[in-house]
Ligand binder design. Structure first.
Ligand SMILES: Cc1cc2nc3c(=O)[nH]c(=O)nc-3n(C[C@H](O)[C@H](O)[C@H](O)COP(=O)(O)OP(=O)(O)OC[C@H]3O[C@@H](n4cnc5c(N)ncnc54)[C@H](O)[C@@H]3O)c2cc1C
Ligand code: SF4
Ligand code: SF4
Length: 1007
C-alpha cells in the first residue's frame, strides 16, 4: 500500500486524478468537519467487504453532517477522484470495494429525520441500521419489513443501494417496493428529491429536469427490449431498474401503478447518486404469527411442494437443508431449538410463516398447511409451532445459516457468486438438482437454504481461490447461468452485482440494454465518479488482481507464542474432512489462518444483546471493531502493511481498545478470538519494544502480592495522600480518577489453618483462590469455603508444593503479552491441581477470568493432555453448585434474604463460556429472591484496562452503555451481583454501589 492515488483503477475508469491522496486528505481536513482516514491501516480496513475482493481505497472520509458529504463530493470532483458511499460494508459481491474515496455514513449519519404515523412513512439518514430503526418504530406498532439477515448491522442506505430483500419478501416485497423517495446528490453537486414522476417533474428544473427527460426517453425507447429482457420474477436485483416505467416484476413497484424515480436509484449500488435521506413505507407490526415446519425426507419434494404452499398466503417459506440441519444440531446453542422442529431425520425442512392481525386466522391457515401436506402425500409431516418465542428462536437458527457454514476451517471457503439466482417456482426442483450435479462435476458441493417462497435459494460451492478455485468459479457460473436462462430466471436475485456479477449484467440483459444502462449511468454521472466498475463498464469476476487472496498472497513466517495449529488445516470440499492440526501449510503455524476466518460479514457491528464488540459500541470506529482488527492483522501477517507490521504502532493502536472480553469468541459466527490474537500480538510487540513500568507492575502483581500484603497500609496511601493519585497518573499512567484495589494483610490464604485429611466418604472439591480474591477480597473466598462446607463438601485449598507463594492462572501476564511467564504460572497450577483432578475431584474457582483461563488459554500452551484434563475438571463456583443442585446432590439449607431482588451482571468471560445461567440458577435457589439479568456488554474495566488514564473515558462509556444506568435505577433494597473483580470495581466507581460475588450472597442466605 502506498500514499498515491492508485492509478490502475482510476485509469481503468477513464480517470486521471488531479492531486495526490495527501493533498486530497489535506483539503478534506481543512474544509470539512468529518474524520479523514488516509493512513495505511484505515485504507486496509476499508479495502474489503463480505465478498472475495480487496481493493485499496484512495482514502476514507467519515462525514459528521450532510454538509460534509456535499463538501467531500465537491472536493473529490475537483480532484477527479471517484467516490464510494458505504454503510456497514456487508455486501457480498464487492459493491463497497474500489479505488475511490470511501464515505462511511454509518458513524454519524444515522438519524430519523421525520415520521408520519398516519401515512406510515419515515424519513431516515442513510447510515441508520435496520434493527435500530425497527426498535425506534416498535412503540408505534410499526416496522420496516424488509427483514434482511444482516438486520443488526446493515444500513438503510446500503439496503437501498443493493435493493435488499428479506425473508418475508413474498409478502412485503424488496427494497424497491418499500422506498417512497430518496433525496440525493449527484456527482456534479446538484441535489434532487427522487420520488413519484409527476411530483418530481413539478419540482425539477435545469439539470434535474433534463435528467428526468433523458431517463424517460431511454425507457420509452427500450420498451420492447425491457419487456423481452427483464426476468419476470420478484427477485431480480441485477442491472438498473429501468423497468419502472413498465414493471416486469411479479409485484408492481408502486401500489397505484405510478412511476417513482427513487426506484431507479434503488439497487444502483452507489453508481448513480449519493443518498442523503430515504423515505420509507412502513407496515403494521403483525399481531399474530403461526409457524409450520414441513419435514421432507426428499429434498426435491420440498422444492416441488413450495409452489403449492405459497398459494396458502404465507408471509415466508424458507428452506433449511440437511447439511444445515446437521450443523445446527451439532451446535449446542442451536440443538434444542432445531430439534423441536424436526420429525425424524429429514432431508430438508420448510419454515412456513403466517402472520396478520388475527390469531385465530393464522392458526386456521396453519391447519390448512397440515391439510395441504396430507393432500400432497405427506400426512404427519408438519410440526405446528404457534408459540412466538419458539418461532423466534427457530428464525435465529435460520438466520445464522450462512454464518454456520462459514465456520469451515482451511483455505477452501463457501464462495458467494451464484448464491442468489432466482428461478420461477415451478422449476425450483429441477434447477437445484441440476446445479447440485454441476457442483459434483467440479469436485465440490453446496448447502441449500433460504428463500424458497420466491425461488431464491442460497448456495455457495466450496472453492479454494488461492489454488484452482478461480477457474472452477468461472466454470460453475457459466453452467449456472445457462440453467437460469433455461428457466427464465434472474442471475442476481438478492445480493446485487458488485464486482462479482456486474460482468453478468450484459449476459442477463443483452448488448442493447447494456447500452441503455450506460446511457443512464452517463446521464447521472457523466465523469464516471460514482463507484466506477459496478453494474456497467465492469471488470471480470475472476480478475484475480482484485481478490482478497491475490496470486502471491502468503502468510509470513512467524514463531508464535501460542498454539494455533487447530487452524492450520485444510478441509475437503466434498467430505468436509479436516486434515490433522498443523498440516495446513501456514508459515505462522495457524495464526494467520485463524485471522483469515473473518469473512467481513460485519456481525460484530451489532448492538443487540451479547457482548461483541464493546469498543466498537462506544467508538463506532471500524478500527475498534473485531472485523477492523482482524483485517488489520490479516494485512500484517501477510506482509501487506510492511516488514515489521506485526510489531508496529499501527497494529498496537488497532488492538489497544480491545478489552479482551472474548465476546467475539462466542458471538462471531466464525469464532474469531481477538482476545487471544491480541495476546499473541502483544507478545511480539513487547519483545521488540519492551515493557512499560505500568505493564510490569500489573503483570507481576501475583509475584509481588505476598510482599505487598505485608506493606498494605503503605501501598494504600496512593488513594489517601493528596496528590498521590495524580503522581501515579503521571508516572504510571494509572488514572487519578480511579481508586485502586486495596491491599490487605488478612488474606484468605493467611487465615487458613493446616490442611486436614478428607473424612472417608466425604465429597471433595479443591478451591482455587485466585490472586484477587485472595489478596483484595478475601471475604469472597472465605464465603465460598463456608458455603461449600455447609453443603457437606470437604474443601481442599490448592497450593503449590513446597512454595508459600499462592497459585496463579497467569492472566495478568497474558494481558501484558508475557506468554512465557503466563505459561510458567500455568505449569505451577497444573502441577498442583492434577493430583486432585486424577482423583476425580473438581477444581472450583471464583474469578471468572482466572478460572476460565484454565479452560481456554491453558489449552494453547502446548501442555497437551494434562491441560485438557484440568480444563475438563475446572468449574466456576456457581457452575459447581448449579451442577450439584441439578444432580440432586446439593444439600444446602438456605433462607430468604432481606432483599427480594438480585440484579445480576455477567462477567464477559462468563458470557463467552455460557456460564451466566448457572449464576441465575444458583441465586434462584434462595427462597423468594427474584433474579434479573442486566443485558450488558463489557463493564469497561476489563482487568487493568479501565485503570489506565488513557482508557478511562472509553472504559466509563462502556459502563454507561447499559450496566451503570441499570445499577443506578435499582433501589437500595436490590442486591447487585457481579462475579468479576473488575466489574465490581467499575460498579462502585461508576454507580456508587457495592456489588457482591454470588458466593457471598449464598453465604448470607445460609440457614
Ligand atoms: C451473512 C450475510 C447475510 C446477508 N443476508 C442478506 C439478506 O437476507 N438479504 C439481502 O438482501 N442481503 C443480504 N446480505 C447482503 C447485505 O447485507 C445487504 O445487501 C445489506 O443491505 C447491505 O447493507 P450495508 O449497510 O452493509 O451496505 P453496504 O455494503 O455498505 O453498501 C451496499 C451498496 O449500497 C451503496 N450505498 C451505501 N450507502 C449509500 C448511499 N448513502 N448512497 C448511495 N449508495 C449507497 C454502496 O455503495 C454499495 O454499493 C447479507 C450479507 C451477509 C454478509
Ligand atoms: S470478526 Fe467475526 S463477526 Fe466480525 S466481520 Fe469478521 S467474521 Fe464477522
Ligand atoms: S475481545 Fe471483546 S473488545 Fe476485543 S474484539 Fe473481541 S469483542 Fe471486541
Amino acid at each position: 500500500m502506498n500514499d498515491s492515488v492508485p492509478s490502475r483503477v482510476l485509469l481503468s475508469a477513464g480517470l486521471q486524478a488531479r492531486i495526490d491522496s495527501q493533498e486530497l486528505a489535506g483539503r478534506l481536513r481543512k474544509e470539512t468537519t468529518g474524520e479523514v482516514l488516509f493512513d495505511r491501516g484505515s485504507r486496509g480496513r476499508y479495502a474489503t467487504d463480505a465478498s472475495i475482493y480487496q481493493v485499496e481505497p484512495v482514502g476514507v472520509f467519515v462525514p459528521r453532517t450532510p454538509d460534509d458529504v456535499a463538501l467531500a463530493l465537491a472536493i473529490a470532483r475537483d480532484a477527479r477522484v471517484p467516490v464510494l458511499p458505504r454503510g456497514a460494508g456487508t455486501s457480498q459481491c464487492g459493491q463497497t470495494v474500489g479505488a475511490a474515496l470511501v464515505l462511511d455514513n454509518s458513524k454519524y449519519l444515522n438519524h430519523v429525520i421525520a415520521f408520519d404515523k398516519e401515512a406510515m412513512t419515515v424519513t431516515v439518514q442513510p447510515g441508520i441500521v435496520l434493527d435500530h430503526l425497527n426498535a425506534w418504530l416498535k412503540p408505534h406498532g410499526l416496522w420496516f419489513p424488509v427483514d434482511v439477515s444482516t438486520a443488526a448491522q446493515c444500513t438503510l442506505g446500503g439496503m437501498a443501494g443493493n435493493n435488499s430483500c428479506g425473508s418475508r419478501s413474498l409478502y412485503y416485497g424488496n427494497m424497491v417496493h418499500n422506498v417512497v423517495a430518496i433525496n440525493a446528490w449527484l456527482a456534479d453537486g446538484s441535489q434532487a428529491r427522487f420520488c413519484e414522476l409527476d411530483a418530481m417533474r413539478a419540482g425539477a428544473s435545469g439539470r434535474i429536469a433534463r435528467l428526468v427527460d433523458t431517463v424517460e426517453a431511454i425507457a420509452v425507447r427500450e420498451h420492447a427490449e425491457i419487456a423481452e429482457r427483464y426476468p419476470k420474477v420478484l427477485r431480480r436485483v441485477g442491472g438498473y431498474n429501468l423497468d419502472i416505467f413498465h414493471p416486469q416484476s411479479e409485484r408492481p413497484y408502486t401500489r397505484d401503478g405510478s412511476v417513482n424515480l427513487a426506484h431507479l436509484l434503488v439497487g444502483s449500488e452507489g453508481t448513480l447518486a449519493y443518498t442523503g435521506q430515504i423515505t420509507l413505507a412502513l407496515a403494521p407490526l403483525p399481531k399474530a404469527k403461526a409457524l409450520g415446519i414441513v419435514n421432507f425426507t426428499d429434498f426435491s419434494k420440498a422444492m416441488d411442494s413450495t409452489r403449492h404452499i405459497v398459494k396458502l398466503g404465507p408471509v415466508a417459506v424458507e428452506l433449511v437443508d440437511r447439511t444445515m440441519i446437521e450443523l445446527a444440531r451439532g451446535n449446542p446453542a442451536f440443538r434444542p431449538t432445531i430439534e423441536k422442529a424436526l420429525i425424524g431425520k429429514p432431508d430438508a425442512i420448510l419454515l412456513v410463516e403466517f402472520a396478520g392481525e388475527d390469531r385465530a386466522e393464522q392458526l386456521r391457515r396453519l391447519k390448512n398447511l397440515v391439510d395441504l401436506m396430507g393432500d400432497l402425500g405427506l400426512p404427519g409431516s408438519v410440526v405446528e409451532m404457534p408459540d412466538e418465542q419458539e418461532q423466534k428462536a427457530l428464525w435465529e437458527v435460520r438466520k445464522a445459516g450462512l454464518n454456520i457454514m462459514m465456520s469451515l476451517k482451511g483455505d477452501g471457503k463457501p464462495v458467494s457468486f451464484i448464491e442468489d439466482c432466482a428461478v420461477p417456482l415451478e422449476h425450483l426442483a429441477e434447477y437445484t438438482d441440476q446445479l447440485t450435479e454441476v457442483f459434483a462435476r467440479h469436485g465440490t458441493r453446496g448447502t441449500w437454504y433460504a428463500h424458497a417462497s420466491v425461488g431464491t435459494l442460497h448456495v455457495r460451492p466450496i472453492l479454494d481461490l488461492r489454488r484452482d478455485g478461480s477457474a472452477k468459479m468461472r466454470a460453475i457460473a457459466e453452467e449456472a447461468a445457462s440453467l437460469v436462462r433455461r428457466y427464465k430466471g434472474a442471475f442476481s436475485g438478492e445480493h446485487g452485482d458488485g464486482l462479482v456479477r456486474s460482468e453478468w449484467v450484459d449476459w442477463q440483459f443483452g448488448e442493447r440494454m447494456m447500452g441503455a444502462f450506460a446511457g443512464i449511468k452517463d446521464a447521472f454521472d457523466p465523469d464516471g465518479l460514482m463507484n466506477p466498475g459496478k453494474i456497467v463498464r465492469a471488470t471480470k469476476m475472476d480478475d484475480a488482481s482484485l481478490y482478497r487472496f491475490k496470486p502471491g498472497y502468503a502468510e509470513q513466517p512467524l514463531r508464535t507464542a501460542l498454539d494455533w495449529s487447530a487452524w492450520n488445516v485444510q478441509t475437503d470440499p466434498v467430505t468436509e474432512e479436516v486434515s490433522a492440526p498443523g498440516t495446513g501449510g501456514d508459515a505462522s503455524g495457524g495464526f494467520a489462518k485463524a485471522i483469515e476466518m473473518c469473512n467481513n460479514n460485519g456481525h460484530c457491528r451489532k448492538f443487540d444483546s451479547g457482548t461483541m464488540c464493546p469498543s466498537y459500541r462506544v467508538t463506532k470506529d471500524e478500527q475498534h471493531l473485531t472485523r477492523g482488527r482482524a483485517n488489520t492483522l490479516r494485512l500484517a501477517v501477510s506482509g501487506q502493511l510492511g516488514p515489521d507490521a506485526m510489531t508496529s504502532e499501527t497494529l498496537h493502536e488497532t488492538l489497544d481498545l480491545c478489552v479482551g472480553c472474548k465476546g467475539c469468541k462466542r458471538d462471531c459466527p466464525t469464532g474469531i478470538d481477538m482476545a487471544r490474537m491480541k495476546t499473541e500480538f502483544l507478545y511480539h510487540y513487547r519483545k521488540r519494544h519492551g515493557m512499560r513500568l505500568k505493564d510490569k507492575l500489573v503483570a507481576n502483581l501475583p509475584r509481588y502480592a505476598p510482599w505487598a500484603a505485608k506493606f498494605a497500609p503503605l501501598l494504600n496511601l496512593r488513594d489517601r495522600l493528596p496528590g498521590a493519585a495524580r503522581l501515579s497518573e503521571h508516572w504510571l499512567g494509572l488514572s487519578a480518577k480511579r481508586s485502586l484495589p486495596r491491599w490487605r494483610a488478612d488474606t484468605f490464604m493467611a487465615g487458613l489453618g493446616a490442611p486436614a485429611a478428607a473424612p472417608a466418604e466425604a465429597a471433595e472439591v479443591v478451591l482455587f483462590a485466585d490472586t484477587f480474591n485472595n489478596y483484595f477480597e478475601s471475604e469472597n473466598a472465605g464465603a465460598a469455603l463456608r458455603v461449600l462446607r455447609a453443603a457437606g463438601y470437604h474443601v481442599h485449598v490448592a497450593q503449590a508444593k513446597g512454595e508459600t507463594r499462592p497459585l496463579c492462572c497467569g492472566r495478568t501476564y497474558l494481558a501484558a503479552g508475557q506468554v512465557d511467564q503466563a505459561k510458567q504460572e500455568a505449569r505451577r497450577s497444573i502441577d498442583a491441581l492434577l493430583p486432585f483432578v486424577a482423583r476425580g475431584i473438581p477444581v472450583v474457582g471464583l474469578e471468572p477470568s482466572c478460572l476460565l483461563t484454565m479452560r481456554d488459554e491453558f489449552l494453547a500452551y502446548g501442555f497437551g493432555e494434562e491441560a485438557r484434563a484440568l480444563a475438563g475438571a475446572a468449574l466456576l463456583f456457581e457452575e459447581f453448585i448449579a451442577r450439584e443442585s441439578k444432580a440432586g446432590r446439593l444439600s444446602l439449607k438456605l433462607k430468604a434474604l432481606p432483599q427480594s431482588t438480585a440484579l445480576l451482571h455477567g462477567h464477559c468471560h462468563q458470557k463467552a463460556f455460557d456460564a451466566v445461567k448457572p449464576v441465575q440458577a444458583v441465586l434462584g435457589l434462595i427462597p423468594g429472591l427474584e433474579v434479573k439479568l442486566i443485558e450488558s456488554s463489557c463493564c469497561g474495566m476489563a482487568g487493568s484496562f479501565g485503570y489506565e488514564a488513557k482508557h478511562y473515558e472509553v472504559s466509563m462509556k462502556m459502563g454507561e452503555l447499559a450496566l451503570l444506568p441499570a445499577v443506578r435505577q435499582a433501589g437500595t433494597d436490590t442486591l447487585i451481583v457481579a462475579d468479576g473483580t473488575s466489574c465490581r470495581h467499575q460498579i462502585l466507581d461508576g454507580a456508587g454501589r457495592e456489588a457482591l460475588h454470588v458466593a457471598r450472597v449464598l453465604e448470607a442466605a445460609l440457614a
